[in-house]
Ligand binder design. Sequence first.
Ligand SMILES: Cc1cc2nc3c(=O)[nH]c(=O)nc-3n(C[C@H](O)[C@H](O)[C@H](O)COP(=O)(O)OP(=O)(O)OC[C@H]3O[C@@H](n4cnc5c(N)ncnc54)[C@H](O)[C@@H]3O)c2cc1C
Ligand code: FES
Length: 263
Amino acid sequence: MMRKMYKPILVKIDEKTKQTEDEYLLRINHEIEHEQGQFLQLSILGFGEAPISICSYSEEYVELLIRNVGNVTNALCSLKKGDLIGIRGPYGRGYPIKLFKGDSIIMIGGGCGIAPMRSAIEYIERNREDFLDVHLFFGFKNPKEILFKEDMEKWREKFNLNLIVDKGDKKWKGNVGFVTDVLERADIDNKRKVVFICGPPAMIKFVIEILEKKGFNHDQIFISYERQMKCGVGICGHCMIHGKYVCKDGPVFRYDEVKGSNE
Ligand SMILES: Cc1cc2nc3c(=O)[nH]c(=O)nc-3n(C[C@H](O)[C@H](O)[C@H](O)COP(=O)(O)OP(=O)(O)OC[C@H]3O[C@@H](n4cnc5c(N)ncnc54)[C@H](O)[C@@H]3O)c2cc1C
Ligand code: FES
């Protein structure tokens, strides 16, 4: 079992799966005790470090979804099965899902923002009797960009899944538009519910406005924020929002703790 650590250790990539043109899922066969929504600092010699959310919930392995956007993530996406990477962590505060036993859970995500929520979904799957209904509102640019396609099929059977694309193609029969359009029409109230959100800042802003109209209080809403990071452990100050460290006090915040920082 691996515990929180400040120096990276080298681990082997045990599986690598292509998800989309720019995104890969890496599996490392290490047990890492973590909360849903926490992240690891991944490093490659000569390239640097990047914070990446743990997107699985397992005693045997961790999975990490990497979107290729720059220097480090490009190097991570180029790795092969058997290659070594450095990892340190897990860091930060995740979604406090265990506090909400007996409640309904709503998750709203866009693009690779769904990665940290996948860990929470896998937790719920393994503890299904602890929660009431589960509503998932997940948006992607187009059908080719949909992540975790096999999981989506499974989640459709188990939960109330709303999969939405900005733009469909010939085969697409599902929702077209924005996550916010579908959320606005959804018949959900705020009774015994908690909401987890992760996605682009513009989506988060409109989602909150809709939730407010539906009667949700700010202490029912938890958001995972992304900020550029260096140390990952509350020393360098790179990741601050509203006097809080995203790496240490977050990345998941209850909305009333950081209200205003997204605008
Ligand atoms: C808590 C947390 C969890 C994350 N989880 C994931 C994940 O599960 N999967 C994933 O693919 N990515 C995730 N990210 C984003 C990832 O860390 C960045 O994309 C990565 O650090 C970029 O590094 P790079 O060297 O590849 O890009 P760079 O070459 O440094 O930059 C490429 C572009 O991305 C911007 N950028 C760099 N870092 C960030 C950042 N943290 N947030 C927003 N923009 C940034 C730069 O300004 C630049 O425009 C997460 C970030 C945080 C803070
Ligand atoms: S990344 Fe250094 S304080 Fe958060």
